[in-house]
Design a protein around this ligand. Structure first.
Ligand code: FES
Length: 348
């Protein structure tokens, strides 16, 4: 008997989705192992459900300080372009749609369902299944947050692999691990070392220089080579959106898909503020989710900049402690007020 695929996928909590992704990591190629975990933090199911359930949607969006594009239904074909598996999106999307038509096993586990989609798609494109596990998981979550009708209506056309992304999965992993050369006698250099932060692997100029021990946001601000605002209206000073540069607003959050070990360790303030903002930062000393204004670089790193930001930890995750805010250092008054609300009494 055919069952409702939407209802099946919707019965899982955010924690169960994250657990399924984690369980699948050994079956996921290294090129997408961190990227898929970052993707799932960029599009939190709990936030989506909170906003959907709100009586006054617009007011809720304002109250959570949501800025930019946080809706997957508006980026069905593009949100996962930083995954290697994005190139297989057309096939994976078609496979998910076919599964929605024939679904008849409500007892299957979430990880097994992801595996099923990845395996069937891999056979069609004649690629190793480990390269499609991440995109299959992201595709199923995209269906949950978009609805079947919107999902089907999307063209399903992925971007053509370009730049670093045109290389083989192994070459991409190796490129991410490498630091810029410091010149012929670079090994003698103790000062003035310069590295690169790669923020878009699909374009040739998707990088900006960073000095050894420099904060990512100040390096991003120093790069005036492009009109960053044309790329994202939040980018008024550099490719990384910023407001406070003091861990107070949550605007500058990033995913780190390569070289996370070459960034400074998380300090207690960043750790605590990430909870306030609602960003699910893992407990590691150098996790894959960071505030760029609190991260200093000691080598090349590959980052992904999410297309939105907000302050929703208290309302959505209910695990935020009271904290004292520092004096205002930003013109983003609304954001400051949102953070203050998020840390002072229950606003629900
Ligand atoms: S710019 Fe405000 S938290 Fe980093």
């Amino acid at each position: 008997m055919k069952l409702n695929f939407d209802s099946f996928l919707n019965k899982f909590t955010e924690a169960e989705w994250l657990k399924a992704v984690e369980d699948l990591l050994p079956l996921t190629h290294e090129v997408d192992r961190t990227a898929v975990q970052v993707w799932f933090r960029f599009y939190p199911l709990n936030l989506f459900r909170f906003v959907e359930a709100a009586e006054d949607r617009e007011k809720t969006i304002q109250r959570l300080g949501l800025q930019g594009n946080f809706l997957l239904k508006d980026q069905i074909d593009s949100s996962h372009r930083f995954l290697y598996g994005h190139r297989y999106w057309k096939t994976v999307k078609a496979e998910i749609e076919a599964e929605a038509e024939r679904f008849d096993n409500a007892e299957i586990g979430l990880a097994d369902e992801v595996k099923k989609i990845a395996t069937a798609s891999a056979a069609k494109v004649k690629a190793d299944v480990s390269l499609l596990t991440g995109i299959a998981a992201a595709g199923l979550m995209t269906l949950v947050q978009s609805g079947l009708e919107n999902f089907k209506a999307a063209k399903g056309e992925p971007d053509k692999p370009k730049g670093i992304m045109a290389k083989s999965p192994e070459q991409i992993v190796a490129t991410r691990a490498k630091d810029d050369s410091q010149g012929l006698l670079g090994f003698l250099k103790t000062i003035n070392k310069q590295f690169s932060i790669i923020f878009d692997e699909t374009i040739s100029n998707g990088r900006f220089p960073v000095m050894n021990d420099q904060q990512l946001t100040s390096a991003s601000q120093a790069d005036k080579s492009q009109d960053w605002r044309a790329r994202d209206s939040r980018c008024w000073d550099g490719v990384i959106p910023i407001e406070c540069t003091a861990a107070s607003c949550g605007t500058c959050w990033i995913g780190v898909i390569g070289g996370q070990e070459k960034l400074s360790e998380v300090a207690p303030r960043e750790r605590r503020q990430m909870k306030v903002f609602g960003y699910e930062q893992p407990d590691d000393a150098r996790p894959f989710l960071r505030l760029a204004c609190q991260s200093r670089a000691f080598g090349n790193a590959t980052i992904v900049i999410p297309p939105w930001n907000g302050v929703f930890g208290k309302q959505v995750y209910h695990d935020v402690e009271e904290l004292e805010l520092e004096p205002v250092t930003t013109s983003a008054k609304h954001l400051r007020e949102t953070v203050r609300e998020a840390t002072a009494g229950d606003q629900k």
